[in-house]
Design a protein around this ligand. Structure first.
Ligand SMILES: Nc1ncnc2c1ncn2[C@@H]1O[C@H](COP(=O)(O)OP(=O)(O)OP(=O)(O)O)[C@@H](O)[C@H]1O
Ligand SMILES: [Mg+2]
Length: 374
């Protein structure tokens, strides 16, 4: 049976790449407990970049898991040292305090972390599984017709983008910054690219905040016309952090037609409105199914939900997308429908959504403030 000492000895084998000191000597290992076959500890990171945190977390879990008698390892990320980074990072933006008021307006936002990105679009929904990632990916791909596009997986709990875009390999480094991976002409960043297979990561609010900040600050995006964020479901820390870290040009709300989905979408719209983030419009996904043999159109999840919620908030319905086996397959196989069958009616529908999004971005005149030169 492993003792606390055995666990610490194993963890001494992991070095912080920057300081070249082991993580125990650096005091990163806190709250270590060994109970029966279960080992728990917290990695109290300070200013390490996200890829280092993730690599250390993954190595720590693996090394400890290999010790005799250890059945379960739960390594938390975060700890006391995570927060001060915002105050001592030496970066002008600093980032809002963890308890920043929710109603924080655009004028109070920190200066631009990504001055080379023209438009930032979040794809969100209060509800899970309605097709946010599918819409985010195909919207990003359709936007390529208008300019250079990047996409960030802000879904730290279930990063789906690597699978959906069929990305290969890990992000490289240049000049101490992370290079996004390229897939189908998009620049892509996801926590899933850093951890490889889905290792359970324990995220706390401040960690998400810091992760989102670093995805912007530490990733070399280059000049982009559009940066699309695939958001996790709900109205939690990721949504709040993102809207506080950068001035979002706008949000695309995804819903399915039925009333239960609308309840969550209303909650999400209200939250973004409180944060002064412009609503670009609503996309109704899985709106109808066209039977391939007869061509008959079926409203499987009901009808009119997207229009209803759009009217309610005075925002446009950006499009209605069919429930379609090829769209699902495209996501599962890493070749989204807009790439897989660019001439299909489904891909055309996505391009139409992208066209409206661009129109709406121009119309809402949400030109991001120019970076101030001091
Ligand atoms: N229009 C569609 N037709 C058929 N399948 C779809 C469609 N849109 C999404 N799907 C499928 O539904 C599932 C959920 O979609 P997706 O992952 O895009 O949703 P999500 O809202 O991002 O989910 P989560 O909340 O888990 O992040 C996926 O398997 C996806 O391929
Ligand atoms: Mg998703």
């Amino acid at each position: 049976m492993a003792s606390e000492q055995d666990v610490l000895d194993a963890l001494r084998g992991i070095k912080d790449p920057e300081s070249q000191k082991d993580i125990v000597a650096l005091g990163l290992v806190r709250d270590l407990a060994v109970r029966g076959g279960e080992v728990t500890f917290t990695l109290a990171f300070a200013a390490q970049p996200p890829q280092t945190k993730v690599l250390i977390h993954s190595m720590a879990s693996k090394l400890v898991g290999r010790l005799p008698g250890v059945a379960k390892v739960s390594a938390k990320m975060g700890g006391g040292a995570a927060a001060p980074q915002h105050q001592h990072g030496g970066h002008a933006h600093g980032g809002p305090a963890q308890g920043a008021p929710q109603g924080m307006g655009a004028t109070q936002r920190p200066p631009d972390l990504i001055p080379e990105v023209k438009h930032t679009i979040a794809v969100s929904s209060g509800k899970g599984g309605v097709g946010k990632s599918t819409v985010a990916v195909n919207l990003a791909l359709a936007l390529r017709g208008t300019g250079a596009v990047g996409i960030i997986d802000a879904d730290v709990y279930g990063p789906d983008l690597p699978l959906m875009l069929g990305t290969r390999g890990r992000p490289g480094m240049f000049d101490n910054r992370i290079l996004p991976v390229e897939a189908h002409g998009l620049k892509v960043m996801s926590i899933g690219l850093l951890v490889g297979d889905r290792e359970p990561l324990v995220w706390r609010g401040p960690m998400i905040h810091s992760f989102i900040q670093q995805m912007l600050r530490d990733v070399l995006w280059g000049a982009l016309d559009y940066l699309v964020f695939d958001m996790p479901p709900g109205t939690g820390d990721a949504q709040l952090s993102l809207s506080q870290v950068i001035p979002l040009s706008g949000v695309v709300m995804v819903t399915t037609p039925q009333d239960v989905a609308l309840l969550d979408v209303r909650k999400a719209i209200a939250m973004f409105q409180r944060l002064n983030v412009p609503m670009l419009g609503v996309v109704e996904n899985m709106s109808y199914f066209v039977a391939p043999d007869t061509g008959t159109r079926y409203a499987i999840f009901g009808e009119g939900g997207g229009q209803k919620v759009a009217d309610e908030y005075g925002i446009p319905l950006l499009g209605q997308l069919p429930l379609d086996p090829d769209t699902r397959k495209g996501g599962d196989e890493g070749a989204p429908i807009t790439v897989r069958r660019p001439d299909s009616p489904q891909a055309t529908a996505f391009r139409e959504v992208a066209r409206r999004v661009v129109e709406r971005l121009d119309a809402t005149a949400t030109l991001r403030p120019l970076p101030t030169i001091s």
